[in-house]
Design a binder for this molecule. Structure first.
Ligand code: NAD
Length: 555
């Protein structure tokens, strides 16, 4: 590859198609001068300099929360530099933030004004591509990803933690920071990472630099939910933290008390970082497990005339059981599919144990990772009941993201639905009001990581590179043979069956993956000549029989 320079520009494209030129080597010295100037001004105002590394779903909003922090008199206490690698995939986040615009799309009305306020009014937030920013930091927050790469579908044991980005960043941080800088790791890591990976890497670099002291390392994981309460899930929520020594613990507690509403949401301080790291993994494995547990009952319900949605609602009345949740078509998002894997990996590869103590954690992930394949079977059966072959049917998937009202498609159940149905010969289309580009398909050769696309587990996937997300629902419905309700986006909760069938042009197969249809809508679809099936919704057959009986008696 030719080096980047002004006569050979390389661009990074935002999800909305805006084009930003990647920095050339000459741009680094100009950027350093800009930072020096800004920081001098900020220091004179008495503000603490905080660098947030990694402006992803977590880092971008965490950076804004810190930049928005004020003392009791309403004066900003921190100046935040969001630092992001200038890769073609992510560089656009920097210029966007510097314009005061969020690099993430969300339903939370607080996100965009907060970033705008901090960048343009309070002037407490800027973003940069240079690691030089670290030289000025009193606090560094690490929000870069730590992936778990799976080698097979439905077998989390066959995989590994991808530590490269994280290990590199520990080294870079240690090369640049001062000895008194607090390094707060927020990334969800394999338990043991802070003390057994970050610490030795940083200690060695410190030694080379002639710094004869321990790096001030701490861990405090994020519980962010990038939906309606995105900001509140960072700022107004309980936190767990721990430092590698007394000083690091004191510093992390002080910092979190200054940026998070710990008066209302008290901190839990644990003795060692491995306990904070383990808390995150156990928390998410617990959730993955209660979701996976319902998969077998979902199948039971389908085969025995039971509506699992009503069953769950009946159980949830009991306060001890009110966190039971209906699993949609697979459990996606960045965290739940991988976090248990980080635990398994740590046990063997950080702590050196050979025995196999994990049973439920990997089983839950494996069940969740393959649950959506059943949706393809339901679609096949619904179409068969209408006398239409699945191969060559036009199938519309409503919702690409992993949960309702967000634009995050990472490990969404919908991806596997599309892949399996394509393999079975169907023609797929997709609609999602929050997703403009479904990179898992558009860039399936190198996303989420080179050769780790889920496409490798299915045949006939090449054409999916051309899959585009339709924004116009009516257009998407036109001519569809089947519609899969895959995500509980608010746009899909009240779709009128008559309108849907009218837009499609003729009766269709409807597959409800998330308990979206109530009984009156299911009934109406049958009256309109459609076929309905749903995950965990065995009672649809009863509704169908009733409609048929009525029609026959009328006839
Ligand atoms: N997304 C969530 O809902 C969520 C919730 C809780 C916890 N977490 C955890 O938070 C962490 C971050 O998740 P995310 O969703 O923000 O990931 P992300 O992939 O959206 O963001 C990571 C960012 O870090 C950048 N980056 C990578 N290496 C870098 C480097 N050396 N220097 C600077 N930037 C670098 C990447 O380019 C990317 O922009 C993960 O450990 C995740 O498990 C995520």
């Amino acid at each position: 590859m030719n080096p980047i320079n002004s006569s050979n520009p390389i661009y990074s494209f935002s999800p909305t198609g805006e084009k930003f030129q990647l920095p050339s080597p000459e741009d680094y010295s100009t950027e350093l001068e800009r930072l020096k100037e800004v920081i001098n001004r900020q220091r004179s105002l008495g503000r603490e300099i905080v660098v947030v590394m990694g402006l992803g779903f977590v880092g971008a909003v965490m950076a804004a929360v810190v930049a928005d922090a004020e003392d009791s008199k309403g004066n900003p206490t921190k100046f935040v530099i969001g630092m992001q690698r200038p890769s073609t995939r992510s560089f656009w986040k920097i210029p966007l933030i510097n314009l005061g615009r969020p690099p993430v799309s969300s339903e939370d009305p607080e996100v965009a004004p907060m970033i705008d306020r901090c960048v343009n009014k309070k002037k407490t937030l800027t973003a940069t591509f240079t690691y030089d920013a670290l030289k000025f930091a009193e606090v560094v927050i690490v929000d870069i990803q730590c992936d778990y790469l799976k080698e097979s579908l439905g077998n989390v044991r066959d995989g590994r933690a991808e530590m490269k980005a994280l290990e590199e960043s520990f080294e870079i941080i240690a090369q640049n920071i001062g000895p008194q800088t607090l390094v707060l790791i927020e990334t969800t890591v394999a338990p043991g990472t802070t003390e057994q990976i970050a610490y030795p890497i940083m200690k060695k670099v410190f030694k080379k630099r002639g710094i004869d002291r321990d790096p001030l390392l701490a861990h405090s994981f994020e519980r962010v939910m990038p939906g309606k309460n995105y900001v509140a899930s960072i700022r107004d929520f309980w936190r767990v933290c721990s430092g590698i020594n007394e000083e690091a613990t004191r510093r992390v507690v002080k910092f979190l008390e200054e940026v998070i509403h710990t008066d209302k949401y008290p901190l839990t301080v644990l003795d060692r970082p491995i306990e904070s790291e383990t808390a995150k993994i156990v928390e998410n494995s617990f959730r993955a497990t209660i979701l996976a547990f319902l998969d077998e009952w979902s199948l039971f319900a389908e085969q025995n005339g039971v509506d699992l949605i009503k069953v769950i609602n009946a159980i949830k009345v009991r306060p001890t059981h009110n966190n039971m949740i209906f699993p949609g078509p697979g459990i996606g998002g960045y965290c739940l599919p991988k976090d248990g894997g980080l635990g398994l990996w740590a046990y063997r590869h950080i702590h050196g144990f050979e025995d196999d103590i994990f049973k439920i954690t990997p089983l839950a992930i494996d069940i969740n990772d393959t649950r959506s394949l059943h949706v393809a079977q339901l679609t096949r059966d619904a179409l068969r009941n209408m006398g239409r072959p699945l191969a060559s049917a036009e199938i519309l998937v409503l919702g690409a993201s992993y949960r309702e009202d967000v634009g995050d498609t990472r490990y969404s159940g919908s991806e596997l639905i599309v892949r399996r149905l394509t393999e079975m010969g169907a023609e797929l289309r997709v609609h999602d009001p929050y997703v403009l580009h479904w990179w898992e398909f558009e860039k399936q050769d190198d996303y989420p990581a080179s050769s780790y696309s889920l496409k490798r587990f299915f045949r006939g996937q090449e054409k999916l590179k051309d899959l585009r997300v339709e924004q116009d629902l009516k257009k998407a419905l036109h001519g569809a043979d089947a519609v899969i309700l895959a995500v509980r986006h608010k746009h899909y909760l009240n779709l009128d069956p008559d309108e849907v069938v009218k837009s499609a042009g003729e009766p269709i197969a409807v597959v409800d993956c998330f308990g979206i249809l109530d009984d009156s809508k299911i009934k109406r679809y049958f009256e309109l000549g459609c076929e309905v099936k749903g995950l965990g919704r065995g009672h649809v057959k009863r509704i169908k029989d009733n409609v048929r009986l009525k029609t026959e008696s009328l006839g």
